[in-house]
Design a protein. Sequence first.
Length: 569
Amino acid sequence: MEKAKKWKLRERQSGDLFYQLLSLRGCKTEDEKKLFLNPSSPSTFVNNPTLAGFESVDYANAVGLVTKTISSNRSIFIHGDYDVDGICAAAIIWKAIYHDLAYKSCLPFIPSRFDHGYGLSRNSVDSVVELRESASSSNGDLEKPALLINVDCGITSLEEVEYAKARGFEVLILDHHVKPERLPVCNILWTEKLCAAGIAWVFSQGFKNANGVSSEIEVKDLELAALATIADIQPLTGVNRSLVKYGLQELNQTKNVGLRELIKVSGIEGRKIGTYEVGWVLAPRLNASGRLEEAVSSLRLLCTGSSSQAAEIALALNRANFERQELTKDMMELAKTEIGEAGQKINVAVHEEFHEGIIGLVAGKLVGHFGTPAVVIHKGGEFSKASARSVIGFNIVEFLRSLGDHFENVGGHAGAAGFTIRTEKIGSFLEAVRSHTDIVNLPEQVITVDAEVKFGDLTLETSGLINQLEPFGIGNPEPVFLLKGVTVVNSQNVGAQNQHLKLKISKDQTQLTNAIDCIGFGLGDRLRDVSPTNPIDLIFSFSEDSYSGYTKLVLKLKDFKKIPNITLD
């Protein structure tokens, strides 16, 4: 069971509830409020790329490189990555060149997690060379250097870029990952303000305009940039807030036949699609193929113009996602068995049956279950691969690097990391973890509450006000509220494995007819903690459920307690 969290209630600002929420998001003046509620159009960042973090010279050089490549009839290959961001970025660039610029000597390539590894590699370059040779009759002159556009990878690939150049490519990198001290010697378009698909969208609008395709900024494929920004857990502020807010509008009326079919098989057709539906419904299905097999099928879904092909691929992705869910569930049980019931400050699970494409998901679930950092290792023959996830406030990649020279490679960031290790060194790694955990001080896990509300505030009108703050995500978290002393009218487990908790709550025993539904995702094992005779304090977010033209309020339950433990900032 997830460990109990402390609740921290923010100090109340002057003004009403909506003003409180805007103030907590740094909006003090009227201009700041207006800009937050109505962010700049995405065209703003195409017309002035420096606002998106690009160096103007780099942006101009990258646009010019695409134009020069096309005018000289050289082939273009787009090297993506096997996650949602890399897939969407590759789709955006390919569609802009192949369809909008009507340049047919252009092909996308998505590496295999299992055959090529992560990012740009010698193996993936060799595969692009094979792709070029097999398509030489219709894809440019083999005697001229081809352009290799790397999206969502390449910023650290010094040797791999040199290898690609030696194999006959001019290289352009579109990336957002942390810059190393030495950069590859090639054209680079980089910003840390956008994910790869966001970079691809702003850049593609730029080179289309430079080639006279559109006199005005289009919204075409903006939904792909929004989808990837959400899936890649980017801060939803500034340029990202613009792309996601307007991109979600496009997603809800998308003309992309692949996305329409994916929405249909996912069971969310007819619903308003927001950050939750993208992050928890659509993105996992697009990721599923790359976790279990080859991610190129997800790319085909986003690029096809055939409804029948889209329907076939969407069904396959839906099946793959179901298989991924079952594998994750089985591996989670195996991991808990390996770790033990109590868990440790830092949990490590090692097994040859762990699936390489799922270990990151299992590590994340272990963090949720035990409330502490987790490492999951797929034990291989000579080499083993691992994924690590952490809690807020504990830098997992720094911790791993502090353990000494155990790894072939290790990388990542504060919340998530991965490494390759020789299988024979796993034992010494486990011992190093054990010897370091005594000096590890994990931060207390806290749920920050934006404001306390009364039962009378639980209305669709209040929910509508809060919806104006969307889209929610990193940098603009969904508001969390405290409600004290409510009566539980009814309680039950729901979900395929009874993993969720559903409650009906009322103000007190005298107002049972005005009960409101609550859903606590992942809180199914806390059914025993509620009863009609024990009022509870709860923290929640507002949500709405619509069906048959009727909309009702539903509270998304975050946590509840019989005795509150509240402190002020």
